[in-house]
Write a protein that binds this ligand. Structure first.
Ligand SMILES: [Zn+2]
Length: 406
């Protein structure tokens, strides 16, 4: 459970910002959101040629043959590394499904993230996991991989007869989306691929410490439902973006910025930034709302900084003043409570950090007092001797220096 929760944390921070966190790893949200083509294929004859079996998104048809450079190397790599060939040995008895009155074995752990970035996990039987995940998809709640928690199912062996590829056009051909996932020692290949075995979908995930494994993603059926949901969202967002008047775009874009899929929120924020001054009230609301996950709050602050009008900067200053109040009144922490362990603290920490970064790039005289106060509020916190926590006073200093330099 712990490693899976860490994976969820990675998922939460993968808002297409540079991440120095770990080796490349499959990212369902990003692949399923960005790909123009999602196809089920079977490799044919080597040299990257695959035959399309099913088309889930984009204008390819069953029977089409396409070439995806690098795909054979990735399959070879997975095989030579024996990625996922051996599941963990069964370890004791599997717990029971957590759905009330269900007495089946909990073979799936479903991890999901709700508003504010809070993460939850449930252990469920196959049947209840299916219903539960379907509901998460319908409500645009982003979730991470689940695997059999204790009596591990055998994981996929990297078979080649049924793969799901997430692709974009490149010239006359196709290229995989995503950042790729091969280890440092291998040639840089970027293939976003899912293996299908016995109705279940598997992908390579970074396990930390330089090891990767094929782990369960979803059943194939639910993967398709997931892709279809994101296809519908892509279409709806495109419609909003094509509205000629910025005034008509702002409110629906704010709605999309609250979407549980961070990739969706990210694109909506980009479109909001393009609305300029008209987007400032929406961005202000998003930045004030604790149910907005902090990776999104980061992007909101960046958007306000990019708009850089007087009212956009005032919004940044106003939220920094909120942070001063929060950290001044936060008071002491319990003996076992480190500063960032609590979700709310982390949300405020991340918001303060991103506001300071934005104000360092876009200095505003009105923010001077808040910059001084946030630094001193943090220095007074009992935990502030740690390097991580001290980054707030340092960032405040930097923003103050930027103000002086103007
Ligand atoms: Zn059950």
């Amino acid at each position: 459970m712990r490693s899976a929760l860490i994976a969820l944390g990675v998922l939460a921070t993968s808002l297409r910002v540079a991440s120095a966190s770990c080796a490349p790893s499959f990212n369902l949200d990003e692949c399923a959101w960005t790909a123009s083509y999602v196809v089920v294929v079977a490799p044919e004859g080597g040299h990257g040629t695959v035959r399309v079996l099913e088309s889930w998104r984009g204008a390819l048809s069953p029977g089409d043959a396409i070439t995806v450079p690098g795909i054979d190397s990735v399959l070879d790599w997975a095989e030579s590394r024996q990625v996922g060939v051996q599941a963990r040995e069964p370890n004791g008895t599997a717990p029971l499904c957590s759905e009330s009155a269900c007495v089946r074995e909990a073979r799936r752990s479903v991890l999901f993230r709700e508003g504010g970035g809070r993460c939850f996990g449930r252990l469920l039987c196959d049947e209840h996991a299916d219903t539960f995940v379907r509901d998460l998809i319908a409500r645009d709640i982003c979730f991470a991989v689940g695997a059999a928690p204790q009596n591990a199912d055998p994981v996929a062996s990297g078979r080649r007869d049924r793969l799901v590829l997430f692709l974009d056009r490149e010239g006359d051909g196709f290229r995989p989306v995503g950042k790729g996932w091969l280890p440092y020692s291998s040639p840089q290949l970027e293939v976003s691929m899912v293996w299908i075995e016995a109705g279940d979908a598997f992908a390579v995930f970074d396990q930390g410490f330089g090891s990767q494994r094929l782990s369960f993603v979803l059943s194939e059926r639910l993967l398709r439902v997931y892709v279809e949901r994101l296809t519908a969202l892509r279409r709806a967002l495109d419609e909003v973006r094509s509205l000629p008047r910025a005034l008509d775009r702002v409110a629906p874009l704010e709605h999309f910025a609250r979407n549980g899929h961070l990739c969706v929120a990210d694109d909506a924020l980009q479109a909001l930034t393009e609305c300029g001054e008209l987007a400032v009230p929406s961005l202000g609301r998003l930045l004030a709302d604790r149910d907005v996950p902090w990776p999104v709050a980061h992007r909101v602050a960046e958007a306000l900084g990019a708009i850089a009008t007087g009212s956009a900067k005032s919004e940044l200053v106003r939220r920094l003043e909120d942070e001063v109040v929060y950290w001044k009144t936060r008071g002491g922490f319990g003996p076992d409570e480190r500063i960032l362990d609590k979700g709310v603290n982390q949300w405020h920490f991340e918001r303060a950090r991103t506001l300071l970064l934005s104000l360092a790039t876009h200095p505003d005289e009105k923010g001077k007092t808040a910059l001084i106060e946030i630094g001193s509020a943090w220095r007074k916190l009992p935990e502030s001797s740690g390097a991580t926590t001290m980054c707030i006073p340092e960032l405040a200093e930097r923003a103050l220096a930027a103000l002086e330099k103007r």
